[in-house]
Ligand binder design. Structure first.
Ligand code: CO
Length: 394
């Protein structure tokens, strides 16, 4: 259970939205009409860089005189309207309320704003406080393919149109499905999410035979910004995708406003590269980790995955050539969150400290006990922390 948002009834949202902007520097990031409730909703994030998961503000404007919001304003004037609590199972929560003798204002959950189903409790039974129960529902994300070079790049798009754009970049040998989708499920409640499968990975084209480089993967990220004409973009990149995020931030200072990298390294020595490459060899992987090998075959294609692994071994072998000299990192001015596990099997903490020290505008978040694979994070806590950073302005 989580206090998801505070609903505020207003006859016209613009003056209060303007006041909040002037007072607190926060803008409405999403406006949505819920026709059957006769309401136009405007959402404002209250996230800060350090906080856990603060409730949003939902400014409610009536779209007709019969709307419950109009009636509320007539009777009580503008102001606090409801508290919305997010629950994991709204039907169970409604049943619990009924058992407690609280009237639920509908038999079934109804579609609300912000990708939720909702139900209100009768305020007479809850000491005058109108309580909304809500549960997030996921609409099927949409995959789009954009032409790129000789092939195409696959981008999974989800979340409300008009929400701030977030570009999500997976790691080497990863994919959206394999690594980032479980985080996207949370982010798509607040962002319009563009989760890219890098070329030769996941659902994107294999581009057989070509050498894969940071430059090429950064071209992939640029192609997404171009294809969807994205501006004021936030970026999240994991591992190799974090490296790409650094290059992309440098290349697009006008488009990328703020970003977060996790489990990323910018200085490799020969031993670290050997440790990364050793378990990658397909024959070794099939013998030592057959289920993982099968998963890679499922994600990248049975015909493609061995070739991809060989090319990523080649990519990894070139890493000690210092692709991220300090002079380059020092030119990245966007606010950057550097997060890492303190038990990363590949990258000792000193690498994250180096990045934190060298980037002009970075903060460091060290997660205790976490190893390199992003599958190890608590998806909800992690995605909230990242979202709060990306939405904050401090
Ligand atoms: Co609400």
């Amino acid at each position: 259970m989580h206090l998801e948002h505070l609903g505020i009834a207003v006859s016209d949202a613009a003056p209060l939205a303007g006041l909040i902007r002037d007072l607190l520097g926060r803008d409405v990031y999403k406006t949505e009409v819920v026709e059957r409730e006769g309401v136009r909703t405007h959402f404002i994030s209250a996230a800060s860089a350090g906080g856990a998961r603060p409730p949003k503000l939902e400014l409610l404007e009536a779209t007709s005189a019969e709307s419950p919001v109009s009636r509320h304003i007539e009777r009580r004037g503008e102001g606090m309207h409801h508290l919305a609590f997010e629950v994991g199972d709204i039907r169970a929560a409604m049943q619990k309320a009924r058992e407690l003798g609280i009237r639920v204002l509908a038999d079934e959950p109804k579609a609300g704003a912000d990708g939720k189903v909702i139900a209100f409790l009768h305020p007479r039974d809850t000491h005058g406080v109108l309580i909304e129960l809500c549960e997030s529902i996921r609409t099927e994300p949409e995959w789009q393919h954009i032409n790129h070079g000789d092939g195409s790049l696959a981008v999974q798009i989800s979340g409300p149109e008009g929400a701030p754009p977030l570009l999500v970049l997976h790691g080497a040998l990863g994919s959206t499905e394999l690594e980032t989708d479980r985080l996207v499920r949370h982010w798509e409640q607040t962002f319009r999410v563009y989760a890219l499968d890098f070329e030769a990975h996941g659902r994107s084209s294999p581009v057989a035979g070509q050498t894969l480089t940071f430059d090429r993967f950064t071209d992939n990220a640029s192609a997404v910004l171009e294809a969807f004409d994205l501006h004021d973009v936030r970026v999240f990149g994991f591992s190799m995708g974090g490296g790409v995020a650094l290059f992309a931030a440098l290349r697009h200072p006008d488009r990328i406003s703020r970003f977060a990298v996790h489990g990323v390294n910018v200085q490799w020595d020969e031993k670290e590269v050997r440790d990364m490459v050793f378990p990658m060899a397909p024959e070794r992987m099939e013998a030592a980790a057959p289920r993982w090998a099968q998963r890679l075959a499922d994600v990248h294609g049975a015909d493609n995955w061995r070739d991809l692994v060989h090319r990523m071994i080649d990519f990894t072998r070139h890493l000690p050539n210092n692709p991220f000299p300090d002079e380059l990192l020092q030119r990245i001015t966007q606010p950057t969150l550097v997060s890492t596990g303190d038990s990363d099997r590949y990258f000792p903490l000193r690498h994250a400290f180096h990045l934190r020290e060298t980037l002009p505008n970075a903060r460091l978040w060290v997660i205790p006990g976490l190893d390199h694979p992003i599958q190890g994070v608590d998806a909800e806590a992690f995605s909230n922390q990242i979202a709060n950073y990306l939405l904050s302005d401090g």
